[in-house]
Write a new protein. Structure first.
Length: 104
């Protein structure tokens, strides 16, 4: 079992390990490919876990940006019975794909 961490980005929490690919909410990045996540909520390995209250300030997770894209389309349908009301919409959320390099 390798070292893992729980990070917070885009209003969501992700359990990550070194060498893992992950799709997160789109990050506003310039051309630099390296990202540092400072909001680390927990870090652990086979010996135990260390949790923050709420954040561990002495840890950070470094990642590399691989690419960007959009998730599959989600269809939103509305229907009112007895009134002939039907409406459908679609939504594709943007994402940034990252590769977790190191948990420090």
């Amino acid at each position: 079992m390798s070292k893992f961490a729980v990070i917070k980005t885009g209003g969501k929490q992700y359990l990550v390990r070194e060498g893992e690919k992950l799709r997160v909410e789109k990050l506003p990045l310039d051309n630099s490919a390296l990202i540092a996540f400072n909001e680390v909520l927990a870090v652990g390995d086979e010996n135990g876990i260390e949790a923050g209250a709420p954040i561990l300030s002495n840890f950070k997770v470094e990642a590399e940006r691989i690419g960007e894209g959009r998730f599959k389309k989600v269809i939103v349908a509305r229907y009112h019975s007895k009134t002939r009301y039907r409406k459908t919409k679609g939504h594709k959320q943007h994402f940034t794909e990252i590769l977790i390099k190191e948990i420090k």
